[in-house]
Design a protein around this ligand. Structure first.
Ligand code: MN
Length: 388
């Protein structure tokens, strides 16, 4: 019954989490038995396992906060049942909604909140990133079964790929521990179902629990495409914020190796972060190098014997392509350079998961970024639909 904790509970559990050496060693607060790694189960058992998680997660909120309620997720109405997944009025490209994907399918879900820095402003009322992407891509692509000229056929290859929209992970601006718990839990459930998780953020901190969900499984290679390396151990004491995503990923047992592409200009990294990343074994490919050498050459740097986790920060792309980000950095990748890199990376490699983060709707210009994010996710679907 404690799966989705509200603010007060989360604070209490955060304070009392010091007595959990295993969890504290990994830097995560004690999240209780529900976050214990789920046992390996046969696919036929997955459905009941996930349903069990969902059933245990339903929780009644006895008291709603007083005052204005711009965000129903952070201030639920009295007695509103909460689950880790919240269905949305529109699905991505009109694909079926589901709470449990089938084996071999692609499972798209949004996560609006992760671990905000204390200095970060709360989100403004209005459309969230995942919903803006759903609306923009569905409006511009019209019908998913129409001819897609990027793939010389319908996007999902006449049903070769099943894709589902799980809705959004239940998150709240001021419940970072709960957000991490829910994002990891939903991602683990998707992986247990044998589906490929596709996450739409949210800022880059939503990828911390997303990547953690891959731990305890097979070794993977991380392809991070970003203007920034995100190797800070902490900022103002926060270790799970958007500048620490790759640092936290590097600490996972499953993270065998990584390549960071599109890096440029100045971010949160100082000399010590660069040295730490290189000492760990990260291969850093700057935006200038990626442009000079091309997508195929960059993809050739990736191992062929490891499943690939592709993680994109929208600021990897040029602001003229993706203006809707918090940190616009000139000199980024063009759209066709990004799709070429995704395609070359997925060619001959199994995709373990995909995440795209840092789309900020209030900084967008006429839905440009929303459409680009939607189309990049579509490219991943199109590639998955054309695997052997
Ligand atoms: Mn970035």
């Amino acid at each position: 019954m404690l799966f989705l904790l509200k603010k007060t509970d989360a604070r209490i559990r955060g304070v009392t989490s010091g007595g959990c050496p295993a969890d504290c060693a990994s830097g995560f607060p004690n999240t209780g038995s529900l976050l214990d790694p789920m046992p390996a189960v046969a696919v036929t058992r997955v459905d009941s396992v996930v349903r069990g998680i969902l059933a245990r997660s339903v929780r009644t909120i006895p008291n709603a906060s007083a005052g204005p309620n711009p965000d129903p997720m952070s201030n639920p109405a009295p007695d509103m049942p909460l689950q880790p997944l919240v269905s949305r009025p529109q699905t991505f490209l009109g694909i079926p909604a589901a709470t449990l994907p089938t084996a071999g399918s692609a499972a798209i879900f949004g996560a609006v909140h992760g671990t905000p820095y204390a200095s970060a402003p709360g989100e403004s009322a209005g459309e969230t990133g995942p919903d803006a992407v759903r609306r923009a891509i569905t409006a511009t692509s019209v019908h998913i079964d129409h001819w897609d000229f990027d793939f010389d056929g319908p996007l999902l290859n006449d049903g070769r790929l099943q894709a589902f929209d799980l809705g959004d992970v239940a998150t709240a601006h001021d419940d970072a521990a709960g957000n991490r718990r829910n994002i990891e839990s939903v991602t683990r459930a998707v992986l247990d179902a044998g589906a490929v998780p596709i996450l739409i953020g949210g800022d880059d901190s939503v990828a911390v629990p997303f990547m953690r969900a891959f731990d305890g499984r097979e070794p993977i290679h991380l392809l991070q495409i970003d203007a920034h390396i995100d190797w800070r151990d902490e900022i103002d004491g926060e270790r799970f914020g958007y500048s620490s995503t790759v640092r936290r990923a590097s600490e996972l047992d499953c993270m065998a190796s990584m390549t960071q592409v599109g890096i440029r200009a100045v971010g949160s990294a100082r000399r010590q972060e660069v040295e730490t990343a290189l000492r760990w074994g990260s291969r850093i490919v700057t935006a200038a190098e990626a442009r000079r050498d091309g997508a195929e050459a960059v993809a050739d740097l990736l191992p062929r014997d490891l499943p690939l986790l592709i993680h994109i920060d929208c600021d990897a792309m040029d602001p003229s392509v993706c203006p809707g980000v918090n940190a616009r950095s000139p000199g980024g990748l063009a759209f066709h350079e990004m799709t070429a890199l995704i395609g070359a990376a997925m060619n001959g490699r199994r995709l373990a998961g995909f995440s795209i983060v840092e789309f900020q709707p209030r900084a967008d210009v006429n839905d440009m970024t929303a459409a680009v994010v939607g189309r990049l996710v579509s490219h991943v679907l199109g590639r998955l639909a054309r695997k052997d």
